[in-house]
Design a protein around this ligand. Structure first.
Ligand SMILES: N[C@@H](CCC(=O)N[C@@H](CS)C(=O)NCC(=O)O)C(=O)O
Length: 389
């Protein structure tokens, strides 16, 4: 039995349903409605929802719209024990309060301020802007006390409010995409400290050039970040680190990439299985537990992605000749000719057989900086035999 969700991908209320369903493991059959093309006005849609809006669900003939009503319906019916919509009357009332705050205050103020600017090209109305800011300040007040909007656990109110604000964030950038910023652990810790001191999140967003979702993520990561900081590493490390990845895995990654680069700088072809084999060996030496790294396809994909490693065809023969030895051999060769009193007719030039080189791979993995993989002789089939007389 599937639940159909009629949606428009850019719609904030629709995103709330998708996020909550994903969190609760509820499968939805997503059906796109082309709002710009007026598809919601078609008789078959209006018959289902006379208010002709998305999100709308069709749960086997039960039609429901209004995103917050859909959220509570899905949780009640398909995840009754989930803490996203607690059973305790008081806890549930707090979630409801935030859902009503969203529809009646936050999303309302946001829409009244931004919609005329976005859809009618009207100038910003400072009074409406002030009302929106007041609503944001109220939200800020709630969030300064608890990790999530309605307490210390994620609830339906978070999905609703995040979806509402996901609309304001791109709108406020006036069409310019904010450059992606990756904060160091030190910066994240500073943000946590300042939020706890009561600093305004809008000021922090501006100062660090980040969006509200990043602030949200940092607050979510708070315990993990504090634990990591207390356990670990020097101040310089915190200043440069951007993730909480375990040091041992970092070491493995770095030593493996050094080995890979060394092999490639000598022109040796390197294949996936070779890298995985080497990683296992280094992992063993570093004491990396199997639970920390399983050297799976996914791990290998990420390793290649992190270092910009890709597959290149082996081309040319650049590495087939040893230039240094060839230089030295010139003198040796002249001496052999003189010692044996050889005439030009007695000297032959014979290339080495290519047979051995056919055992080498015809492609290799190569680092991001390599444009072409200089290769050995390849695909040679003939064998030359010489009979001296
Ligand atoms: N309060 C409703 C708002 C729904 C709404 O306004 N949907 C818009 C898209 S974001 C829509 O479908 N507009 C088309 C129309 O009303 O014809 C909810 O949360 O579901």
């Amino acid at each position: 039995m599937t639940i159909d969700l009629y949606l428009y991908p850019a719609s904030g209320p629709c995103r709330a349903i998708i996020m909550a369903a994903q969190h609760l493991g509820i499968k939805l059959n997503q059906i796109k409605v082309d709002l710009l093309g007026g598809e919601q006005m078609k008789p078959e849609f209006v018959k289902m929802n006379p208010q002709h809006c998305v999100p709308t669900i069709d749960d086997n003939g039960f039609y429901l719209w209004e995103s917050r009503a859909i959220l509570t319906y899905l949780a009640n019916k398909y995840a009754p024990d989930s803490p996203v919509y607690p059973k305790d009357p008081k806890e549930r009332a707090l979630v409801d309060r935030l859902l009503y705050f969203d529809i009646g205050t936050l999303y309302k103020a946001e829409g009244e301020y931004l919609y005329p600017q976005l859809f009618k090209g009207q100038p910003a109305d400072p009074e409406k802007g002030e009302a929106f800011k007041k609503a944001l300040d109220l939200l800020e007040g709630f969030l300064s006390k608890t990790a999530y909007v309605a307490g210390d656990q994620i609830t339906l109110a978070d999905f609703s409010i995040v979806a509402s604000l996901s609309f304001a964030e791109p709108s406020s950038s006036k069409g310019e995409k904010r450059k992606h910023v990756t904060l160091t652990l030190n910066q994240k810790l500073e943000i946590i400290k300042r939020l706890e001191k009561g600093d305004n999140r809008n000021i922090l967003m501006n100062e660090f050039n980040i969006g509200s979702s990043t602030i949200y993520d940092i607050k979510k990561q708070k315990d993990e970040l504090m634990k990591f900081a207390s356990q670990s590493v020097t101040t310089e490390k915190l200043a440069s680190r951007q993730t909480l990845k375990k040091p041992k895995l970092e070491q493995l990654d770095s030593v493996l990439f050094k080995w890979f680069s060394a092999e490639r700088s000598e022109g040796k072809p390197v294949t996936g299985p070779m890298i995985v084999e080497k990683a296992k060996k280094f992992g063993q030496d570093l004491g990396v537990a199997e639970s920390e790294c399983n050297y799976s396809d996914g791990w290998f994909r990420n390793f290649k992605f992190r270092h910009g490693i890709r597959r290149l065809d082996v081309t040319g023969e650049t590495f087939s000749a040893n230039q240094n030895s060839a230089e030295k051999y010139k003198d040796e060769f002249e001496k052999i000719v003189a010692d044996n009193d050889l005439t030009p007719e007695q000297i032959y030039n014979a290339d080495e057989t290519g047979l051995l080189w056919r055992c080498l791979p015809t492609s290799t993995l190569a680092g991001g900086g390599e444009k072409a993989a200089k290769g050995f002789k390849k695909k040679q089939r003939q064998i030359n035999r010489f009979a001296m007389c």
